[in-house]
Design a protein around this ligand. Structure first.
Ligand SMILES: [Zn+2]
Ligand SMILES: [Zn+2]
Length: 362
């Protein structure tokens, strides 16, 4: 029986879920409605599933980084010098900008990142809605850090800082923050990024600093006179964590299959999401998008709500146990655990989505 070892990354799970509960309570006290039960449960489940997958994916990324850094690293960096950390964070965040921008502007990367944008809400639970399919390519973007010789430990820590910083910016409860808006990514800045209003599309890709957006022309200020509508133009209409990760892959391959020449087939993977074979590659204005009927019940039965809550609590506990013991498990067993988690979420997510559908949809 593997022994449970408590590490800082395990504490992140209960801390993030607690922050969601705190924001929920504060929003209720303020008389604001920024949460939808099913949506938030789904966001948390997507986050838990991504932890099962990325726990192994992150090891692969760090391993690839370490191999390249050892072979090609050009400079020696002193880990006790604060300049090393500041430089690494700045360069990491600059590269993150391009990872994120590519994640929106190239179809096969959008297929992965779309998961994070698949919520119609915007709150701290949205921050947990992380893709399970990004680990296979993201590490490639950070190789300049490895080639410069930045130690893998610094890479992992600044990566974690960059990721965790982005949690708090997923809130509607914090307004604009004066001069900070010129330097850092803020809730206001990131609300624009999650909007589907025409002025929000492909804007504000920054992770910690918004200066990259200002430098490369992708910055947009939040407009007080135009309330932001959150989520995807084509709604996901599912509470299934696996489908939220796979739906765009399925439609991308389908679209490629329908093309009759290889150029167009390749464009389905490498062109921006708005691309179509007739040469139209501009995003459709929001007003022209078909209004999708709401297919879910408005007042969800208590039994469905409780079953969803139970699913989340059980999977969070299993995740903590898994993260605490996985170091002692062979690589293949870790992959099998991640696969088992994905299959379980697929099954439970399917039944929960069905349970939430309107009678007439059954
Ligand atoms: Zn994004
Ligand atoms: Zn976000």
């Amino acid at each position: 029986m593997p022994e449970f070892v408590l590490s800082p990354n395990i504490l992140v799970v209960p801390i993030l879920i607690s922050l969601v509960i705190v924001e929920l309570v504060i929003s209720k006290a303020m008389g604001r409605s920024v949460y939808n039960f099913q949506d938030s449960i789904t966001s948390i489940n997507i986050g838990i599933m991504s932890q099962f997958v990325n726990a192994t994916g992150a090891v692969i990324s760090a391993f690839m980084y370490a191999v390249i850094e050892m072979k090609y690293g050009t400079f020696e960096w002193d880990m006790t010098n604060p300049f090393t950390w500041i430089f690494a964070l700045l360069l990491y965040d600059f590269l993150y900008y391009w990872v994120h921008r590519t994640g929106h502007e190239v179809n096969m990367f959008w297929a992965s990142h779309i998961t994070h944008h698949s919520s119609d809400e915007f709150n701290l639970s949205t921050a947990l809605r992380q893709a399970s399919t990004g680990f296979y390519f993201k590490w490639i973007f950070y190789m300049p850090l490895a080639v410069l010789g930045i130690p893998v430990q610094v890479f992992v820590v600044v990566g974690l800082i960059d990721l965790l910083y982005q949690v708090w910016v997923h809130t509607r409860l914090v307004g604009r923050l004066g001069w900070i808006e010129y330097v850092l990514v803020t809730p206001s800045n990131h609300r624009v990024h999650h909007g589907k209003n025409d002025y929000c599309i492909d804007k504000n890709y920054g992770g910690v600093f918004c200066v990259w957006d200002r430098m490369f022309g992708t910055y947009a200020d939040e407009r007080a006179e135009e309330p932001i509508v959150y989520g995807l133009k084509k709604k996901l209409n599912s509470w299934n964590p696996v489908w939220s990760n796979l739906h765009y892959w399925v439609s991308m391959f389908k679209k490629a299959g329908q093309q009759d020449n290889w150029g167009d087939k390749l464009m389905c993977f490498f062109a921006p999401p708005a691309w179509s074979p007739d040469g139209n590659s501009a995003p459709k204005p929001l007003a022209e998008m078909p209004v999708t009927d709401e297919i879910f019940v408005e007042k969800t039965p208590l039994s469905i709500k409780l079953s969803g809550l139970m699913m989340t609590i059980v999977s969070a506990v299993v995740l903590v146990l898994y993260l605490g013991t996985k170091q002692q498990l062979p690589g293949m067993v870790q992959v099998a655990c991640a696969a088992a988690a994905v299959c379980t979420f697929a099954l439970v997510g399917y039944f929960w989505t069905q349970g939430n559908r309107k009678e007439l949809e059954r």
